[in-house]
Design a protein around this ligand. Structure first.
Ligand code: PMP
Length: 359
């Protein structure tokens, strides 16, 4: 009899599962929204649950939701695909475009699912490092693409976890300078006040990845979507699982798109992000502390020591820890009081570190 280990793909046995950090206290680790569900969306959800028949499979084509999304961008339904979070869209990109041994090019540091999904789907990822000041090194990326002929080039804009954005002229050079699918992940673009959905009209190899998990605060429902020209969407649709997105997520996403409250929430989140940055930027350069400008709903920092994890957790602040010697963290923008606590904790950290160094 063969064992499970003998039957499983050898590389799968070697993989670590995607690690989700345990959370204690104030949750500022996963870039979720800090706002509760808007009342109008909640009421729609309740009404829907009273009347809808859950015995019936969802609309496999997500037609009404795709119409609503397409309408918002002035595009047609054929240019939209809906998925279970943008995670599933990343998986579909790998499934649809990667054959055994094909490559993708990914930023580092950035969202880990790009590489993971390529490997799960028999491909491999070639990383490029961001510059010292966390920009995308355009010439180097183009050179890596020339050498590796990737099927997909991932760009994350604003980049997770660093929060920086790619200048538009760089973006154009990257799209025009490669012959790969360019997967432009704009999960956080609402907080930066832009989106490049329009650009898909111009570039047949461009797909913009979007999600309801961040600005719309619906991470628990797992709704993502892609925007691209119809031929690219048709290819992705071939690998899409039937009924991939449940009826409830489809209904709530449509309600969320109708709700006017999000614009104000996004504005408040961006203002809070800038307030945290302004409060901590004067400490940059002291005892290994560094904070980077961000256009997303999180801030990336180097705190100088791995001891930051214990320190923050003791204060009930669960930010994302990277476990490195530089004490790198990423903190999601929260409610004002949480942000105050974050600012105070980090100010004290830098100051205490300074005192320790003098001893
Ligand atoms: N892209 C980026 C850059 C992300 O940070 C995340 C989630 N952390 C995702 C995609 C996936 O989001 P979801 O699957 O919730 O849509």
């Amino acid at each position: 009899m063969r064992t499970i280990e003998e039957l499983a793909r050898p590389e799968v046995l070697r993989w670590e599962n995607y690690q989700v950090q345990p959370v204690t206290g104030c949750k500022m680790d996963a870039n979720e929204s800090s706002f509760p569900l808007p009342e109008s969306v909640l009421q729609a959800a309740i009404e829907w649950l009273k009347h809808e028949d859950l015995r019936i499979y969802p609309d496999t084509d997500c037609l009404e939701l795709r119409k609503a999304i397409a309408g918002r961008y002035g595009l047609s339904v054929h240019e939209i695909i809906c998925t279970v979070g943008s995670d599933q869209l990343i998986d579909y990109l790998s499934k649809a475009f990667l054959s055994e041994g094909d490559r993708i090019v990914v930023p580092r540091p950035s969202f880990s699912m790009y590489a993971l999904s390529a490997e799960i789907n028999h491909g491999s990822a070639v990383p490029f490092e961001l510059t010292e000041d966390l920009r995308y090194p355009v010439d180097q990326i183009l050179e890596i693409c020339r050498q590796n002929r990737p099927k997909i080039l991932y760009l994350c804009n604003p980049n997770n976890p660093t929060g920086g954005v790619i200048p538009e002229e760089d973006l154009r050079r990257l799209i025009e300078g490669t012959d790969a699918i360019v997967a432009l992940d704009e999960a956080y673009a609402e907080f930066a006040g832009f989106d490049h959905a329009e650009w898909t009209k111009e570039y047949p190899r461009l797909i913009v990845l979007k999600t309801f998990s961040k600005a719309y605060g619906l991470a628990g429902l797992r709704i993502g979507y892609g925007i691209a020209q119809a031929p690219l969407i048709r290819v992705l649709d071939k690998v899409r699982a039937p009924y991939n997105l449940g009826t409830f997520p489809q209904i709530l996403a449509r309600e969320a798109l109708k709700c006017p409250e999000y614009a104000e929430r996004i504005r408040i989140t961006a203002a809070e992000r800038d307030r945290i940055y302004a409060a901590l930027a004067p400490y940059a350069g002291r005892n290994g502390f560094m904070i980077y400008p961000s256009r997303a709903n999180f801030l990336y920092m180097r705190t100088g020591s791995a001891g930051i994890e214990e320190y923050m957790l003791a204060r009930g602040l669960s930010v994302r820890f990277y476990g490195d010697a530089a004490g790198t963290i990423r903190a999601t923008v929260g409610r004002p009081r949480q942000n105050d606590a974050l600012i105070e904790a980090l100010r004290a950290w830098v100051t205490v570190q300074a005192a320790d160094d003098k001893e």
